[in-house]
Design a protein around this ligand. Structure first.
Ligand code: GTP
Ligand code: MG
Length: 338
């Protein structure tokens, strides 16, 4: 769940804020110190017509105010402070103990976790499973809170969520459906707009996890030429930067899916699959897990992590969503044919 103090931090509470600054920020829709702290100076400058430098100063002040009440790390803080903040990290089970193990206990808050993989490798199925599990109380492996589901491929299916919820023995699956806030995205500018305003939605829906399935397919489709590549990477960079800040400030989890494309430079030594988004995505996400199909099973490989060991595990997909391979033997409703 987002931090308890979030709604108490009105912009008026920011020490030293001038009335003119207050009214300008409010006019462009920035209403809380948290929103200000997670803003990008260039965006604010563009919207208010003020200088980037003055916006940067305001953002720094907002971050300091949050740090002073323990919602954010200070500019310089001790390792012990960081440890305290990291102790607030919560973990959401994926439904598979093996996959949770690979992730060090599940999907973490304060982080961006990217799942990359080929067509049909289970990325969207994982997203549906997480939508259910995130609602389950913390002591049972969930996050005990609401979900924001950003669907860019029109593959979100409430029926599947309902089925998974039933398979988890949840007595009222409709209640779960009412706690998942789905946003269908139509084009890359729409996605940028939603992400720009995400802080507001996080507060409004009190979400503990944001799932974006998938994160860059629209940008990839709309900015396909070489001449637009720089522009596309800039836009992605800005979006991911914002997500990283939101994850940190709100103590929530971000799950991003990403397609793989065939690598034209394939040699025997190189990987025939290439993760979309280039270095920008690789650097922005905290963890990158690669999904691969292996008959009726799936293999998850930890590709990129600051502290996890390189490793791989097996899982599969059943009526219950993502599960351990041994669990499917017991599950007669499994429709996998692989
Ligand atoms: P793209 O979005 O195309 O890149 O693929 P993806 O990685 O999102 O694949 P997705 O998660 O949609 O996985 C598709 C696979 O999940 C199918 O091939 C099925 O094997 C399995 N699957 C999908 N729905 C169900 C279901 O209701 N029950 C079961 N048991 N398996 C399902
Ligand atoms: Mg998918």
């Amino acid at each position: 769940m987002p931090s308890q103090a979030i709604t108490d931090l009105h912009l008026e509470d920011l020490p030293g804020i001038k009335p003119i600054e207050l009214s300008k920020l409010k006019r462009i829709g920035v209403e809380s110190v948290l929103e200000l702290a997670t803003s990008i100076p260039q965006d604010l400058a563009e919207d208010t017509g003020d200088k980037v430098e003055s916006m940067s100063i305001l953002i720094v002040r907002a971050r300091k105010a949050l740090a002073s009440i323990g919602l954010l790390s200070k500019e310089f803080c001790t390792a012990a402070d960081i440890m305290t903040r990291r102790n607030q990290i919560m973990r959401c089970s994926t439904g598979s103990k093996s996959l949770d193990g690979l992730l060090g206990g599940g999907i973490e808050t304060q982080a961006l976790t990217e799942f990359a993989g080929e067509f049909g490798s289970g990325k969207s199925q994982l997203c549906h499973t997480l939508s259910v599990i995130a609602n389950i109380p913390k002591e049972n492996g969930g996050l005990g809170g609401n979900v924001i589901f950003i669907d860019t491929e029109n593959t979100f299916r409430p029926e599947r969520v309902h089925q998974i919820a039933q398979a988890y023995g949840i007595t009222d699956p409709e209640e779960i459906l009412s706690s998942i806030f789905v946003c269908k995205i139509y084009n890359s500018s729409h996605l940028e707009f939603v992400i720009k305003n995400l802080a507001k939605y996080l507060e409004e829906f009190r979400a503990c996890i944001v799932i974006i399935d998938s994160v860059i397919s629209l940008h990839r489709a709309e900015f396909s030429g070489r001449e637009t590549l720089w522009d596309r990477q800039q836009k992605l960079n800005l979006m991911l930067h914002r997500l990283t800040r939101l994850a940190e400030v709100y103590n929530i989890a971000f799950v991003l899916t990403n397609q793989v494309q065939s690598n034209p430079d394939t040699t025997f030594a190189s990987d025939p699959m290439k993760v979309a988004g280039g270095n920008i995505l690789a650097h922005a996400t905290t963890y990158r897990i690669f999904f691969r199909k292996a008959g009726r099973n799936r293999i998850a490989v930890m590709q990129d992590s600051p502290y996890h060991e390189y490793g791989s595990v097996k899982f599969t997909i059943s009526a219950k969503g993502i599960v351990d391979t041994e669990d499917t033997d017991k599950d007669t409703r499994n429709i996998e044919s692989g």
